[in-house]
Design a protein around this ligand. Structure first.
Ligand SMILES: Nc1nc2c(ncn2[C@@H]2O[C@H](COP(=O)(O)OP(=O)(O)OP(=O)(O)O)[C@@H](O)[C@H]2O)c(=O)[nH]1
Ligand SMILES: [Mg+2]
Length: 260
């Protein structure tokens, strides 16, 4: 596929950024070991995204960002949702990893989606830069998937694992899910941060491990609600419910709102 070169352009995401793409364009790499499309963000290029929200148009897929700390279960959740929706919806996934294509390869190895539906972005720098400050590589990945595949219903964009401050630009995604897990301790919701407080859905995963780490789920529930007000919180154990039933129901609801 051709690499964009040296042209001013206007991405269809509500923000004008006319800038020289000769230097800052994503570098296209060889497909990953499992065959996923692979893009390498240029970590040198940082510009501040104006965060103009994406319009809700049924002509485009619902874009769902999935962020959260390292190892909380983001890829496991993406895999669960892809399996649950496989016969129902047209899906694609963009993964972000710092130095590898690990997450994309996991999805392909596990037969969650065919290789042409998965693009790995190697961020090469802080994961939050690629989803919040300079979203150009992720936008390119999304636009290419939308161009190459039959009309898509949902695109999941998994952030690289980061700390509690990472959030997605509203110019990149329509809805964001923040995934934490009980193994980090029951204080995590209390510590707050924009992911915990403002994400469209907070998922508290690995409830099966609560008793091993003395995490009190009722404390997590109370603290999460105190930070989030009316915003929803879902407890999951992806080992006990590999279909992620409640999260899938939330995605279905958001999709029907998006297509309304
Ligand atoms: N016990 C238990 N393990 C889980 C659950 N969900 C995920 N895991 C395991 O937790 C580990 C990390 O899960 P991932 O899905 O790779 O986490 P991630 O957030 O994508 O990690 P990064 O992308 O590296 O930040 C894996 O070994 C999963 O099998 C769960 O509900 N219960
Ligand atoms: Mg992951």
């Amino acid at each position: 596929m051709p690499v964009n070169n040296h042209h001013d352009h206007n991405h269809d995401h509500g923000q004008n950024h006319n800038h020289d793409h000769e230097l800052d364009v994503a570098h296209r790499l060889e497909p990953s070991s499992e065959g996923a499309n692979t893009l390498h963000a240029n970590p040198e290029h940082v510009h501040t995204d104006e965060q103009t929200p994406l319009s809700r148009t049924a002509k485009r897929a619902l874009r769902v960002g999935i962020g959260g700390p390292v190892g909380s279960g983001k890829t496991a959740l993406v895999a669960a949702l892809c399996r649950t929706f496989s016969d129902e919806l047209q899906l694609a996934v963009v993964t972000n990893d710092i130095y590898t294509t690990e997450d994309a390869d996991f999805l392909l190895r596990n037969g969650v989606l065919p290789a042409e539906r998965v693009t790995a972005v190697e961020t090469g720098g802080c994961p939050h830069t690629a989803i919040r400050d300079d979203i150009s590589t992720n936008l390119e990945a999304i636009e290419e998937l939308e161009d190459a595949l039959p009309p898509l219903d949902v695109i999941f964009v998994e952030s690289g694992g980061d700390n509690l401050t990472a959030t997605f630009s509203r110019g990149l995604i329509h809805q964001q899910i923040f995934v934490i897990d009980v193994a980090g301790g029951d204080k995590v919701p209390r510590k707050g941060g924009p992911g915990v407080s403002t994400s469209d859905l907070l998922v508290i995963n690995k409830t099966d491990l609560a008793s091993y780490v003395n995490a009190d789920l009722s404390v997590m529930d109370r603290d999460a609600k105190a930070k989030r007000g009316e915003l929803p919180v879902i407890f999951t154990s992806l080992t006990e419910d590999p279909a992620a039933t409640d999260v899938a129901a939330w995605v279905r609801e958001k999709l029907s709102e998006h297509n309304r």
